[in-house]
Design a protein around this ligand. Structure first.
Ligand SMILES: [Zn+2]
Length: 174
């Protein structure tokens, strides 16, 4: 199991040291950002591997999100999974450098699937609503701070996909 492998290069050690308080500051969460994985299959290990390739400069060797919700292919349908980024409340790597505050202050939730092409399966959507609501309650995050990735200004992505029912999510968490 590579889940807890923690890679730190020497340059990153100083930065991480300076931010150590932030690493263990779980009450800071102010946003929830919703993503899709843009693929039909995912496990935690698979997403860790993708992250290593796509963002090889990230000293945090973990999935870029805090939670993943499965679609029955790899992870179970509606199954909520995370690795140590989420378990230890480490900052996210799920939005671009244009929006560092959303990484630092935003919990990332990724639904496995490609919602540019497909619809969100109902049990997966229900799991998202339940998770989002419980996080909103735990960290006192207002509904307006629950965001779709591509709707954040400065982000150039279609994530979480044109078929993602953002309005429906808005009503469900209002
Ligand atoms: Zn995204």
């Amino acid at each position: 199991m590579k889940r807890r492998r923690f890679l730190l290069t020497s340059g990153a050690v100083a930065a991480a040291g300076a931010a150590m308080g932030a690493l263990y500051w779980p009450s800071r969460w102010r946003y929830i950002v919703i993503h899709h994985s843009a693929g039909d299959f995912a496990t935690i290990e698979f997403l860790q591997e993708v992250h290593r390739v796509r963002q090889s400069g990230d000293p945090i060797d973990a999935i870029p999100y805090h939670y993943v919700i499965g679609n029955g292919n790899g992870l179970g349908m509606g199954e909520v999974a995370s690795d140590w980024r989420g378990e230890l409340d480490v900052w996210g790597a799920h939005v671009s450098g244009n929006n560092s505050a959303k990484n630092f202050l935003g919990l990332g939730i990724c639904l496995v699937g490609n919602f540019e092409e497909n619809d969100v399966p109902e049990p997966q959507f229900e799991a998202l609503v339940a998770l989002t609501r419980s996080l909103m309650q735990r960290y006192r995050i207002p509904p307006d701070n629950v965001l779709g990735h591509g709707l954040i200004q400065g982000e150039r992505t279609k994530c979480p996909g044109r078929n993602f029912p953002m309005q429906r999510l808005r009503s469900a968490i209002a």
